[in-house]
Ligand binder design. Sequence first.
Ligand code: ATP
Ligand code: MG
Ligand code: MG
Ligand code: MG
Length: 471
Amino acid sequence: MTGKEIRQKFLDFFEQKDHTIVKSSSLVPENDPTLLFTNAGMNQFKDTFLGVEKRNYSRAATCQKVVRAGGKHNDLENVGRTARHHTFFEMLGNFSFGDYFKRGVINYAWEFLTEVLGLDKEKLYISVFHKDDEAFNIWKNEIGIPEERISKLGEKENFWSMGDTGPCGPCSEIHIDQGPKIGCGRSDCDPECDCDRFLELWNLVFMQYDRDAEGTLHPLPKPSIDTGMGLERIAAVVQNVTSNFDTDLIRPIIEETSSIAGIRYKDNEKFDISLRVIADHARATTFLISDGVIPANEGRGYVLKRIMRRAMRHGRLIGIKENFFYKICEFVVDFMSDHYLELVDKKNYISKIVKQEESRFKNTLTTGLKITESLIEKYKYDKYIPGKEIFTLYDTYGFPVDLLEDIAEENGFSLDMEGFKKEMSAQQEKAKRAWSGSGDTAVDERFKKLASKFRTEFDGYDKLSLESEIL
Ligand code: ATP
Ligand code: MG
Ligand code: MG
Ligand code: MG
């Protein structure tokens, strides 16, 4: 079954069970400053769970675009290293707003996995919140799961929240045992282990509370249901591969990149990590730009910029010298636009933004990487780079510190970040003194006046041009 078919089967299944199929919302959450990016299918329904917004349906299902690269759910560092984490992924979900509750959702999930997708029941493991006897009993007595395959876990694993505040509740998760050859390889590996063996597939959240800023839980007007299952993970299981990156949803992006680099996937583990990172980051970049984020020095744009520059660096690691990342993003557009039609019209725009960033970053990357290499050589016995060196790399050459952190980690180095911070504040102090020393606030005023006469014009996405009215 293709990834595309699985997505459709999921939506059809819930449509037949009277769910309204709702379109994915944007990756940029509407009216929710508490969230960096949409991190779960339930985000667009937050106010419905809270009882603030009424909808003309009480059941819904979606395939939601999600980015987890910042905030409460942040998988940036996992990408490329685990077989199951992406920054961008598609989350399948069904929702009940005061309609069915635990029994309903558990039965639907079981039916979908075992009857529609035909997964082997013996391989499925369940976890429930340790105080939730009701869910435990439904799994055990009504579905018939043997007790030894149901774990009772604490708040960290089985109490889901979208962020520090907002809707939350105990949850029950479905895992699949991929066998002892996968993951950590320990003989006592169990569903609680964080490795890839017992792969978490689907989280069923029993939405019951609204957490306020003080951390107090207030009961929601109606107990509700929110679920989330990663499409790439379930596709891996159905397609009988042990990594999301080997599914038909992602592998073609890896092939595209390796053909540009002139290498083959699965020849060299180091290159493979880079190929996975690039494939992941190209999806995130494409969808974030399509949803209106542009690379910048703060907020959402900063996270995007970081993702893009990381991908570009991994391109260097696999030997690509010319601009290439924009081509991978173009590929993602063509490859994914059958379901995400909004990408089609934005193809040129996405490509342009990526190309611009790539050209901008090229020289910085070349110089910075050379210096980084020499630092790794210079400090190879200490495995420690002093703050002064980090500062020079950052201040003189503009090399991003987070990239240096990546490289340091890969080489088993630690960084003197305290020393770096000290250099930074010393520099800021110096700059302040130099400015106040000029003693000319009038210059400052004149500058402000002049600046107010400039207006910023949006120039067909191409460049921001300043147009002067006085020149
Ligand atoms: P994990 O423990 O594997 O990090 P999670 O518990 O953080 O997953 P949930 O917040 O419960 O994940 O999200 C619901 C579902 O979304 C998961 O069961 C999984 O199928 C999928 N999922 C979560 N994070 C990712 C990710 N980074 N990449 C791909 N799929 C993911
Ligand atoms: Mg996680
Ligand atoms: Mg988990
Ligand atoms: Mg989970």
